[in-house]
Design a protein around this ligand. Structure first.
Ligand SMILES: [Zn+2]
Length: 491
């Protein structure tokens, strides 16, 4: 008869937790401040902790085990009425009792299922202790749920025949869940894998083919796994955010070193790339515009007054184009295949206002090759740069104009990149401006690796390649840009 009051305590937390959550979403309903501020703790520890604690106490059948649901139920009550410190202490106590009860169950029936449930209880304890200490509790709570669900499903599905692979995979995932809260961004990946495991091996896949209640329950479970995977994917997306911050930071530290004179040439091997990203929008594999962030940093913080950005990625760098469209402090020159994603970068897009003539778009047709790219660098970009006199030269170095690249139709080789790199190195020497390469696209890994190596070698040794013949593309570009850059009028 102890069960019902305990369950009521748990549902008390549920009611106030839901009300607090709705207020957070903007609903105009009355809810105590504690329920709003501690909505997560109420839902996870006050409600579900009580239910799970009760379940475990029933399974063990010992009176002391009821301490877990009692403490978590009372803890939820304290949170709602503003006794947060007492509530946190009770929740930690509850989790400790659940760990003890789970270990007692495990000793009675040693199995992977019970070990998983005990690991879940330990994660709950870690989360509640973190809450008590003012640290991040949520990753541990996520592990608590995932392990508890995993353990319970494993128990209910124990008569299903699964191979050793399924069992071993589950053990690896459970172990990863127990460690992942220390690396919260890895947690997302583990949750996606657990969702896949449940989809593949859970009993629900069988019972969903039955009728009536079993089918209904199975459908609920399977859609729950879909949400688990979706939530994990959202968490894992944070990994990309972290990588993007490091990528932009890498480009910034490269220009810092270059302008401090620590090196004359730098190559930033960054992922994700950047040149499609706009100032407020990620686009085309790019989250932050690394080269634009670095150029802006050089101008604002490192004393540079003019930065040249040559973008030889096969796609137009629409982000860099737009970010510096109205300024003459950055000269953006891009050689790109047209038509091709993202569809911008016409020869006639040349910047605006103070930036007029400082956006130099050089589209080339599909099939363009070595002479086209190298010719445009040598006979258009280099002469313009001599007139512009930048104090920093950056290259948005994508390698997807390579003939082996699957995303475009140009025909460059490793030698082409070497030729363009040495033209830029020579330019940087003549201008006494350091040269930084920032990696953009490149989707054939062998071609990418070879082209990056050729670029670095050419930039280091500095020998000049043979001059490419100026073809029709060069003639058209020189005619178009000579109004802004008179040296292009000379033959
Ligand atoms: Zn590209």
């Amino acid at each position: 008869m102890t069960r019902l009051p305990l369950l009521v305590l748990g549902f008390f937390s549920l009611a106030f937790g839901v009300a607090g959550g709705l207020v957070r979403l903007g609903a105009a309903i009355p809810a105590p401040a504690g329920a709003v501020a501690l909505h997560g703790a109420l839902m996870v520890s006050g409600f579900l902790g009580t239910v799970i604690g009760l379940e475990r106490a029933v399974a063990l059948g010992r009176p002391w085990a009821y301490a877990a649901p009692l403490a978590s139920g009372l803890g939820g009550l304290c949170l709602v009425f503003g006794y947060a410190a007492a509530g946190f202490a009770l929740l930690a106590l509850a989790a400790a009792a659940l760990v003890a009860a789970s270990l007692a169950v495990l000793r009675r029936q040693p199995s992977l299922e019970m070990a998983t449930l005990a690991a879940g209880a330990a994660a709950w304890l870690a989360g509640n202790l973190a809450l008590y200490a003012g640290a991040a509790a949520v990753p541990w709570w996520i592990a608590f749920f995932a392990l508890t669900i995993g353990g319970e499903r494993l128990e209910l599905s124990r008569y299903l025949k699964r191979g050793a692979f399924a069992r071993n995979a589950f053990i690896v995932l459970a172990a990863a869940l127990l460690a992942a809260p220390l690396l919260p961004r890895v947690l997302g990946v583990v949750l996606v894998l657990l969702a896949l495991w449940l989809f593949t091996y859970d009993l629900a896949r069988v019972t969903v083919r039955q009728n009536g209640l079993p089918r209904y329950i199975a459908a609920c479970l399977l859609s729950g796994y879909a949400w688990l995977g979706f939530g994990g994917a959202l968490l894992a997306a944070a990994v990309a955010y972290d990588a993007a911050l490091h990528a932009a930071g890498g480009a910034v530290s490269a220009v810092t070193a270059l302008l401090a004179g620590a090196a004359e040439v730098a190559f930033c091997a960054l992922r994700p790339p950047g040149h499609h990203a706009e100032s407020e929008r990620a686009m085309g594999f790019c989250l932050f515009n690394n080269v634009a962030v670095a150029a802006r940093y050089a101008l604002d913080r490192l004393g540079a007054s003019r930065v040249l950005v040559l973008d030889w990625d096969v796609h137009h760098g629409n982000g860099t184009n737009d970010i510096f469209h109205g300024t003459d402090a950055v000269l953006y020159a891009s050689i790109h295949q047209s038509p091709l994603y993202p569809g911008t970068g016409a020869l006639t897009d040349n910047g605006a206002g103070e930036g007029e003539g400082h956006t130099v778009n050089l589209p080339v047709p599909p099939g363009a090759g070595h002479d086209d790219f190298v010719g445009l660098v040598q006979h258009v970009v280099v002469p313009i740069a001599h007139e512009y006199v930048p104090d920093l030269v950056l290259v948005s170095a994508g390698f997807d104009a390579h003939r082996d690249d699957p995303l475009a139709n140009c025909t460059l080789t490793e030698d082409s990149y070497g030729a363009m790199a040495s033209a830029m190195r020579r330019l940087s020497r003549e201008l006494e401006a350091p040269l930084g390469f920032v990696l953009e696209g490149g989707y054939d890994l062998r071609a990418l690796a070879g082209s990056v190596a050729a670029t670095i070698e050419a930039a280091m040794d500095g020998a000049s390649p043979p001059t490419a013949e100026p073809g029709a593309l060069v003639a058209r570009a020189r005619a178009h840009y000579r109004g802004w850059w008179p040296s292009l009028a000379q033959v």
